[in-house]
Design a protein around this ligand. Structure first.
Ligand code: ADE
Length: 227
């Protein structure tokens, strides 16, 4: 079983459209959809926004649905100037930019017995590169910084860029990475850019959420077919 996750309904709806034999089950406050994409068994769900919600859904997918790998699809704010609206980036590593235990001498983002930067699965990343090559879709990779904040401010954006060398920012990826790491489940986090985490971010997010979410979902569907 392959797990596919998004944070918002707009991120998962395009995946459900590709799934056959759909069955839906409610667990807690989320709906989990099982079915197939081609010959592959899939469990898909959106978590709702933020790290805690994402951790709940990733845990349920792993523990209740027995997924063997997790693919996350969604949108992100660009930090790296080379990323524009609609561009795809997958996480090579992810970090929680809002974790701060520096008072005890730990580096920013670091949690004892957990760590800071989570590396995504290299085999899944290689499949993504193959899909991009085959379909001639430009695909970037880099550091994705996650926090329970919608970033719409140049100063905060620059701070995240400096402290974490982040290329994109969002609100779930590192939580999913943390859960998958804890359960030893390979994971892949893909994001299409919806905004530049700047003063126009709220406007652009609303304008481009749907189109960028669809770009990311299409790519993930192509990946599932190659798994
Ligand atoms: N997801 C998409 N854009 C974002 C932003 N600017 N900040 C946090 N998460 C996002």
């Amino acid at each position: 079983m392959i797990g596919i996750m998004g944070a918002m309904t707009e991120e998962i709806e395009p995946i459900l459209e590709y799934m056959d034999d759909l069955k839906t089950e409610q667990i807690g406050q989320n709906r989990y959809h099982t079915g197939t994409i081609g010959k592959k068994a899939v469990a898909a769900a959106y978590s709702r926004i933020g790290k805690v919600n994402a951790a709940v859904t990733a845990s349920v997918l792993i523990e209740r649905f027995g997924i063997e790998k997790l693919l996350f699809s969604g949108v992100a704010g660009a930090i790296n100037k080379r990323l524009h609206i609609g561009d795809l980036i997958y996480a090579s590593t992810l970090v929680q930019h809002d974790v701060d235990i520096t008072a005890f001498g730990h580096p920013l983002g670091f949690i004892p017995e957990t760590g800071d930067f989570f590396a995504s699965d290299q085999a899944l990343n290689a499949i993504a590169e193959e899909v991009a090559l085959k379909l001639k879709i430009p695909l970037g990779s880099g550091v994705i910084a996650t926090g329970d904040q919608f970033i719409a401010d140049e100063k905060k954006k620059r701070w995240i860029a400096e402290k974490y060398k982040a290329d994109a920012v969002e609100m779930e990826g590192a939580a999913v990475a943390c859960v998958c790491n804890a359960f030893n489940v390979p994971f892949f986090v893909l994001r299409a850019i919806s905004d530049a985490a700047d003063m126009d971010a709220e406007f652009n997010f609303d304008a481009f959420l749907k189109s960028s979410a669809a770009i990311s979902a299409d790519f993930v569907i192509n990946m599932v077919e190659m798994l």
